[in-house]
Design a protein around this ligand. Sequence first.
Ligand code: ARG
Length: 565
Amino acid sequence: MDFKHEIIALLKPATKLSEEELSPLVASPPDPKLGDYAFPCFKLGKNAKEEADKLKAKLKLPKFIEKVEVSGPYLNFFLSKTFLVEQTLSAIRQERKKYGAGTEKKSIVVEFCSPNTNKPLHLGHVRNMALGDALSRILAFRGNKVHPVEIINDRGVHICKSMLAYERWGNSQKPDKKTDHFVGDFYVLFATKAKEDEHLEQEAQEILIKWEHGDKKVLALWKKMNKWVVDGFRQTYTKFGVKFEKEYFESDFYTKGKDIAYDGLEKGFFVKDETGAIVAPLDDFGLGKKVIVRGDGTAVYITQDLHLAELRYQEFKCDQQIYVVASEQNLHFKQLFKLMELFQRPYAKNLYHLNYGLVNLPTGRMKSREGTVVDADDIMEEMFGLAEKEIRARYTELSEAEIKKRAHDIGISALRFYMLRVDAIKEMIFNPQESISFEGETGPYVQYTHARACSIIRKAAEKASAKISLKVDFSKLKEKEELAVVKLLYEFPEAVSKAAELYKPHIITSHLLLLAQRFNEFYHAQQVISDDKELMKARLLLVDGVRQVLANGLGLLGITALEEM
Ligand code: ARG
């Protein structure tokens, strides 16, 4: 039940104001002593206080409102606590996995991860995947048809560098490690050698030209090495728990982008600069000059995007396309979206760049071979190791298989939650040790709270044969800790809808943390299993509501809700 909506419905006939006028006025007051909702009466007449009194006398209160009080120019509404408890707990129990879901029906493409095929995924990709995957799940939970996709940038000078290094110094060796790491090593080798030999950059560019001209030898090597990298990516995706409905490969359609460029040149959208490159003059929009095709005829990064947006629009009949890409590329996407607008593409207004800030490790930590970033695989292994240590310290009687499984679920939870709890646009430090802690603002803490709720329910069944049922006396739940928990349960659907509307998964992490904290306060203050059977039944239903909402919320973040921990 949407109380705000109901209060508006109540006020409509009494105030003669429209829904649109009332909606922004009815709000939760900052101080809970002033009730659950307040309505300022300024619009009703000169003397707002008098109007508030008149309004109070006029209203016939429905069951869900306990009382209304005038406070200055405001009319304050106090919800019936028992009614709120009953409504909320019944809704959760009836809707279960669907509690918080919506009925939106848009088709939305969410593009995320989208790596280049010269090296393995790194820490930044982990933040990207956490965001893209959570956003996809949230939007799908809201009822939308979500298409998670990625574009693999498998052509360009970056891969030519790895190819050149492999040809020159690789001795036709087969991979002796995870295949994407194997290729990445040659990319690093190229960078080292290029410091001493300035011709190498030029040679890589020549390979690119050969590639664009379909040189057989170059293509064969390119195929082999790209396969190694993409196979490696896919293993990492599986480990992290992301799936794509479709993978696009830049090499399949980059020439279509070139056609758009030549066409734009003919029509006068683009110009040629002194190097012969095709350029989009976007100075009038404060977006500079954007090279679309190089002077030597080779494609650049944006060439693909000119076609890709169109392709996906046709393929998915989508209402919206979201690009999850680091904020370093803000300008790129501003330029791209502006071009789409200038080309009068019907979807130009429905393109959204979800940008996110850099992730670093705490200072003093060892960096990867390349000296700049940490590999995604390495950080995941580290998390599994930390989780395993934590589990072994707590339990002695678990099987090895069970330890490994839990270590995986807890490690991924730590990683994802820590990445998601910060607003995406902010830079952040990923602290592995802190993220794995069972206390504090972490994924394992929320998982642990969920496991605690499950354990209370199990014990109640064992010790008191108590079963969860909706046939309870809801008025039994009136302690302030209980009501605080119910309020957060009630607000969960609103948090989900806000997270979807603003593309901000951290709204969910914040809500879950708060719920976990309030629930733990309740657990420490109140006894669930007790001799008062009616009270026990009511509290058990509350515990089950918390269990369900934590599970639903964790699911939206791609985290497994463990029943035991
Ligand atoms: N592969 C690019 C990179 O690693 C990101 C691709 C983003 N997506 C796009 N449609 N441009 O920087």
